[in-house]
Design a protein around this ligand. Structure first.
Ligand code: ADP
Length: 607
């Protein structure tokens, strides 16, 4: 044992140049050396690669590493070769001769690590070749890619279940930076890991300073503001479309920044050049779609800005995690807007697989909740991945927000909770707001809720403000939603209701929206919720239009649908009072739309 420890320390310093292991590395290496399956979840920069590279040097055979990206493999192989470690990669990019050469070296047992793309395993020939080798163990890098519940799902990765079937006696070590509970389970099940050692490092990285702001216009002014004084720092700016990577990069250059665009549509050589220039600090800022950054080995990325909101917290966290791998202070800014969310949502609408689709909707909703939320950002992210941590206190905008910018809404919160409690803990947000604001809607009267003591006690806020109060309570886990969007109180809610806990909200959350509502003319400008309703109404309109073979605007105009999304008419009179709804249209389409409105009145987000 002593001997083995000495050899490890020796290799660590000789090949890798380090004098000690980082937290968790030895544990993982122990498991691998003992032939045990392993699942290691450690944030980017935690030092995962060493955990399989080092033991490979202590073993007789070859370690087969499955990796999702060519560029990633290429970098790892070059880095290993530079450290005099025999490593090779086999991908679709090589010629037959090159592959034959590599195979020869493999059979001569000269190669310590072999990197392959997952699709290689589909080839009979390749599998036969593997089965003749002495394999130490398999490594599945970026293992979250095999899960539909993850955020970078890859079909070829799903088929890695073949590993255990073909090589039942060879251990598997899976690595990822982030995995929720579901993804973790999916990895263990898919790879059929047997009693794996699960090593999980804390996600919390105090050196990452997180800021989130609502986007104004296209976000350019906020970006420039953020970049002031960072002219000599390296950073990544993420945006949604290829076109916008180019226009933002151009604009940054015009302000004197050293910036380049990067997206999947560029020529391979061009991409390589941008990547190399960035790593070598010849270009300071890369403006990219998500195609950039996975596995990037650059430790001094000082900032990451999202000028469009990512589709999931997993994606977001991976992306901001690329900053500050050297442990020094680094800054991240997320700009979010409801319209970005709708654009993302439109992508999801196009997906075929319904399970994947609903998982994607849920991820997007969670992302929006995070963006709008007021909890400690680090604690929120940690909780999302199943870890509980204390508030960061000083590494995020929410923890640093001065008290003066917050409003005590404990009384309003008690009204909310009381209305939820007294109406039986089953109704959605819109309905509770109607009770609080004393709406004369029929459904309230029919259920006798106009006789509750909470009926009409909430005239101080408008609908949008009351939704903000509810969102705040949901964030604090004082309220929770049932599967239909109905709200019920939790033990935190009880504490608040009894006056044992106070509730604060960012003032801007109440104010801005009030302004918004007042600015609009005949109907309030849609809040996020209303925009979502609008989407549903729009979809119904498209269906009808398609059936009747007419353009959608002939059914109802956008303006009508917008108004409908706010007022949610429940009878003919209400429907007829909307802009652009006449008798004929009301009769022709009214029923279908009112039915949808009824459904929308009870839920916060579409299911
Ligand atoms: P991950 O794959 O978890 O994102 P890497 O394996 O790329 O992380 O390691 C991140 C950085 O930490 C690399 O620059 C690596 O060389 C360095 N590193 C890894 N292990 C150690 C160690 N024991 N001591 C010092 N630096 C280390």
């Amino acid at each position: 044992m002593q001997e083995q420890k000495k050899r490890r320390a020796d290799i660590l310093s000789r090949y890798f140049g380090y004098d000690s292991f980082r937290e968790f590395q030895e544990e993982a290496i122990d498991a691998i050396m003992a032939g045990r399956d392993l699942l290691m979840i450690l944030p980017t920069g935690g030092g995962k690669s060493l955990c399989y590279q080092l033991p490979s040097l202590l073993m007789d055979g070859v370690t087969v590493v499955i990796s999702p990206l060519l560029a990633l493999m290429h970098d790892q192989v070059s880095a290993l070769k530079a450290a005099s470690i025999e490593a090779e990669m086999i991908s679709s990019m090589q010629s037959m001769e090159e592959i034959r050469e590599i195979e020869k070296r493999l059979f001569r047992k000269e190669t310590k690590l072999l990197y392959i793309a997952p699709e290689k395993l589909a080839s009979e020939y390749f599998r036969a070749m593997l089965s003749k080798l002495h394999i130490n163990f398999f490594v599945v890098d970026e293992a979250h890619c095999l899960s539909q519940w993850g955020h970078e799902f890859r079909e070829e990765y799903r088929r890695l279940d073949i590993l255990r079937r073909l090589f039942p006696r060879t251990a598997i070590a899976a690595f990822t930076a982030t995995a929720t509970e579901v993804v973790r389970k999916d990895i263990v099940d898919t790879l059929a890991l047997v009693d794996p050692l699960i090593v999980r490092g804390s996600l919390f990285r105090k050196n990452l300073h997180i800021e989130v702001e609502q986007k104004q216009k296209n976000g350019m002014a906020q970006l420039l503001d953020f970049l002031k004084g960072r002219e000599r720092e390296s950073g990544i700016v993420y945006t949604l479309s290829r076109k916008s990577t180019e226009s933002v990069a151009r604009e940054l250059c015009s302000y004197g920044y050293s910036a380049a665009a990067f997206h999947a549509g560029l020529e391979t050589e061009h991409k390589r050049a941008v990547y190399d220039d960035f790593v070598a600090d010849r270009v300071r800022i890369v403006v990219a779609t998500i195609a950039f950054g996975m596995g990037i080995d650059k430790s001094n990325i000082r900032f990451v800005v999202h000028i469009t909101m990512p589709g999931s917290i997993e994606g977001y966290y991976q992306e901001i995690g690329r900053a500050g791998r050297d442990g020094l202070d680094s800054h991240t800014l997320l700009l979010y807007s409801a319209s970005d969310m709708l654009r993302k949502k439109a992508f999801i609408d196009e997906l075929e697989d319904s399970e994947y689709k609903s998982a994607s909707y849920e991820k997007l909703r969670e992302m929006m909740r995070y963006a709008e939320g007021e909890e400690c950002r680090h604690a929120y992210i940690a909780r999302y991945f199943g870890e509980r941590i204390e508030n960061c206190e000083s590494s995020c905008d929410n923890c640093k927000m001065p008290e003066i910018l917050k409003e005590d809404i404990s009384t309003a919160a008690r009204k909310w909770l009381s209305a939820v409690y007294r109406s039986g803990q089953q109704y959605g947000m819109g309905y509770i707001i109607d009770i609080l604001r004393g709406s004369s809607e029929r459904r309230i009267k029919e259920r006798g809720h106009d006789t509750l003591s909470v009926y009409g006690i909430g005239s101080e806020y408008d609908k949008v403000q009351w939704s903000a109060v509810a969102e705040r309570l949901i964030e604090m886990e004082a309220l929770e939603r049932n599967e239909y969007g109905g709200l019920r109180m939790t033990s935190v809610g009880v504490e608040i209701l009894k006056g044992r806990r106070k509730v604060f909200i960012r003032k801007s959350r109440l104010k801005k929206r009030r302004k918004r509502a007042a600015r609009a003319g005949s109907f309030a400008e849609p809040s996020t919720l209303e925009e979502l309703r609008f989407e549903r109404l729009r979809r119904l309109r498209s269906e009808i239009a398609r059936e009747e073979g007419i353009p959608p605007y002939i059914v109802f105009s956008d303006r009508t649908l917008k108004e409908m999304s706010v007022k949610l008419p429940s009878d003919m009179d209400e429907l007829l009072s909307l802009h652009g709804v006449g008798e004929i249209k009301a009769q022709r389409y009214g029923e279908a739309f009112m039915e949808l409105c009824k459904e929308l009145a009870g839920v916060e987000f579409e299911k």
